[in-house]
Design a protein around this ligand. Structure first.
Ligand code: TYD
Ligand code: MG
Length: 378
């Protein structure tokens, strides 16, 4: 279900989907598990692992599907022949970096090879009406040139990501000709494979320490779903003059801007402090609606005051320290209510047009000073 949603309702016949992600993140596991659920004939082409290795993984995942044929091959001509001959419904290429077209001089994994192989697979997919799932190793910021050049060729680009040290994995749609982008699917890696996470908010909040400074809950819209997340900040005096700033799961430049706003508009002397910011659970957020929670978490740690328990903080922060309105405010508030939070801090401009009928207390704020007053315990 998670995979289908990210694809925009399932795998379209004849479509070519690129799944990128760091090595070891779980791409092969994901495609194999997905393959086992597909009702149709599948060829799983592996250029990286032996049949034996794939069988071992399949055993671990409890997959015993007659529909999946394994082809350990890196020569594109052989692969195309197999597709033409067997006419599968779905072909999985794991990974595109290992496949080569023999009549090109470049070695496998080079930009030319990757692009040419994909283009040819694309043609075959359209001709044979079979879907092709292409796995590609990409670093987080898409630095490896290869798969990046494919974005314009393929129908959909999905990124599989997560912090290695956490078990959560997020499948994010970056481009999708057949559905909305920014949709995400959440999984958890277990001993026996990936499991879907149906109630992300509960899970992301489950390890939260309640009475601790620097911890603030916010609501982020990921794709079409609201997810409650814990923002954690640790602010310590910088002894050696050159303060450190580390952001995990949050944009570094955005953090720098928010620190400057806090310094100038809320008078916090952060330039002489180290600031470490973390989005708990290993998820990455790009949404400006979490700005205010980030500011509150930093101020909470800096002043050593807890943020109010049972409060969710929502709002974008402008350079003037003003709290700006965000999209989907009702959805975010509903999620907070659903998970038992008692109050929610929202931008004043959102508040004016709110139409919510439940018992959660809604507190409007106009700027970070008034937000900090509301959020931080005395
Ligand atoms: P893998 O799918 O091979 O990653 P990728 O294809 O992206 O390189 O999976 C990598 C990791 O996942 C590996 O370190 C082992 C772990 N794993 C599990 O924890 N449980 C499982 O059931 C499987 C198959 C793998
Ligand atoms: Mg793999």
């Amino acid at each position: 279900e998670e995979f289908d949603r990210v694809l925009g309702g399932g795998l379209m016949p004849g479509s070519v989907v690129l799944i990128g992600g760091d090595p070891g993140i779980g791409k092969s596991t994901l495609v194999l598990q997905a393959a086992a659920k597909i009702n149709g004939k599948i060829i799983y082409v592996s250029g990286e692992e032996s049949v034996n290795q794939i069988n071992l993984r399949a055993k671990r995942l409890n997959i015993n599907s007659e529909n999946i044929s394994i082809l350990t091959e890196t020569d594109l001509d052989v692969i195309i022949n197999a597709i033409e001959k067997h006419e599968p419904d779905v072909v999985i290429i794991d990974s595109i970096q290992t496949i080569y077209k023999p009549d090109l001089e470049n070695t496998a994994g080079t930009v030319t090879q990757i692009r040419e192989c994909t283009a040819e697979l694309m043609q075959t997919a359209k001709k044979k009406k079979c879907s092709v799932i292409i796995v590609g190793h990409v670093t987080k910021d898409g630095m490896i040139a290869g798969p990046k050049v494919l974005e314009h060729i393929v129908d959909a680009v999905l990124q599989f990501e997560g912090e290695r040290s956490y078990s959560y994995r997020i499948l994010r749609s970056q481009k999708n000709r057949f559905g909305s982008t920014n949709e995400i699917g959440i999984f958890e890696m277990h001993e026996d494979g990936l499991q879907e996470v149906k109630n992300p908010s509960e899970i992301f909040l489950s390890e939260r320490e309640k009475e601790i400074s620097g911890s603030v809950i916010t609501s982020s819209i990921e794709g079409t779903r609201p997810i409650l997340l814990e923002v954690q900040a640790l602010v310590t005096p910088s002894v050696y003059g050159n303060p450190q700033r580390v952001a995990t799961g949050f944009d570094y430049r955005r953090l720098s801007i928010l620190l400057a706003v806090l310094e100038k508009r809320a008078n916090l002397k952060l330039s002489s402090h180290n600031v470490f910011l973390n989005i708990a659970g290993g998820i990455r957020i790009e949404e400006p609606a979490v700005d205010l929670a980030v500011c509150c978490a930093i101020a909470s740690s800096y002043t050593n005051r807890f943020a109010k328990n049972n409060t969710v903080v929502i709002g974008e922060v402008g350079l003037g320290g003003e709290v700006r309105s965000v999209s989907n405010i009702e959805k975010r508030i509903q999620e907070a209510f659903k998970l038992g939070f008692k109050s929610v801090i929202v931008p004043n401009n959102n508040y004016k047009s709110l139409n919510i009928k439940n018992s959660i207390e809604i507190i409007p704020v106009e700027n970070i000073i008034s937000a900090l007053k509301q959020v931080l315990n005395p």
